[in-house]
Design a binder for this molecule. Structure first.
Ligand SMILES: [Fe+2]
Ligand SMILES: [Fe+2]
Length: 255
C-alpha cells in the first residue's frame, strides 16, 4: 500500500472540518446547488439525509450565525459593510468619476457597477447587478450597469476607452466575447444612455492605488438622493428583486 493512501486528502480534511463546524451550529446550515457547482459537483444534500446526520436539530430558516449580523431593516450601506466581500474597486471607480466631475447618476452607476461580483455572482454580473438595483434607481443607472459588461470588451477611443491590457492578461490574446455579448454591444452602441455605460468603463479602474483615499462615507449622500431605500429594509420589501437581496441576507436558509 502506498504511503498516504490511508491518510485523508486535503479536500477530505476540508470537508471533515466543514462537517465538524456544521455540527457546532445550532441549526442545520444548507448549501444550495450553486455552491456545490462552484466546487465542480452537480450535487445536493436532501432534507432527510441532513436531518439524519444532525439528530435533534432543525433546518436553518433565518440568519446564518457565522455571517456578520444585519440590522432588522437593512439599507444598501449595511450590505456594503456586511455583505460585500470587497468594496475598494467600487469606491475607487466612483471616486474617479466624482473627481472627473460626472453627474450623480454616473457616480452612482460606477459605485454599483460590479455589485453582483462583490456580493453575488461573477458570471453575467452586469445583468444580475442591473436586476438587483433596477427597482431602486433611475433607469439610466441600471441600464448602464447591465451594458457595461458588454461594452468593456469593445474599445471606444474617442471616449477615452481602450481594450484593457488586463483582459489580455486574464483571458488570453485570442479571447472573443460570445455572440450574445456582441449583440448586447451593438444594441448599447445606439442606446440613449450609451455614454453612461461607457463612462463606467472609463472609470472602471483595476489597479488599486494604495495611496488613494476612498471612503464609503463620501457616497452616503449620493446614495441617499439616488437610491430609493425601502422603508421595510432592502430585501424585505416586495420589489421585483427583493428576493435577490434576501438571498444575500440569508444565503444558507433551507428554503
Ligand atoms: Fe464589471
Ligand atoms: Fe469593475
Amino acid at each position: 500500500m502506498q504511503a498516504g493512501s490511508q491518510a485523508m486528502t486535503l479536500s477530505e480534511r476540508a470537508d471533515a472540518l466543514e462537517e465538524h463546524m456544521m455540527h457546532e451550529l445550532e441549526h442545520i446550515v444548507t448549501k444550495s446547488v450553486l455552491f456545490n457547482l462552484a466546487d465542480g459537483k452537480v450535487e445536493m444534500e436532501g432534507g432527510a439525509a441532513l436531518m439524519a446526520k444532525n439528530p435533534g436539530k432543525y433546518m436553518l430558516m433565518g440568519a446564518d450565525p457565522r455571517l456578520p449580523k444585519m440590522p432588522d431593516k437593512p439599507t444598501l450601506i449595511d450590505y456594503f459593510r456586511c455583505r460585500f466581500a470587497s468594496t475598494a474597486h467600487l469606491l475607487q471607480s466612483a471616486t474617479h468619476a466624482l473627481k472627473a466631475g460626472h453627474s450623480e447618476k454616473v457616480v452612482l452607476a460606477c459605485l454599483l457597477h460590479d455589485v453582483a461580483v462583490v456580493s453575488f455572482i461573477r458570471c453575467d454580473h452586469g445583468y444580475w447587478g442591473a436586476q438587483m438595483i433596477e427597482p431602486y434607481v433611475d433607469e439610466e443607472v441600471s441600464w448602464a450597469v447591465r451594458a457595461h459588461q458588454a461594452l468593456r470588451f469593445f474599445p471606444d477611443e474617442a471616449a477615452g476607452y481602450a481594450y484593457p491590457d488586463l483582459y489580455v492578461k486574464y483571458f488570453g490574446p485570442d479571447y472573443q466575447p460570445e455572440p450574445y455579448i456582441v449583440d448586447e454591444y451593438k444594441r448599447a452602441r445606439i442606446h440613449r444612455h450609451y455614454m453612461t455605460a461607457r463612462l463606467i468603463c472609463v472609470n472602471d479602474i483595476y489597479s488599486f492605488d494604495p495611496n488613494a483615499k476612498v471612503n464609503l462615507d463620501d457616497f452616503v449622500d449620493t446614495i441617499g438622493r439616488n437610491f430609493k431605500q425601502p422603508k421595510e429594509g432592502l430585501g424585505l420589501d416586495n420589489s421585483p428583486s427583493a428576493h435577490m437581496w434576501r438571498t444575500m441576507l440569508w444565503p444558507t436558509r433551507f428554503l
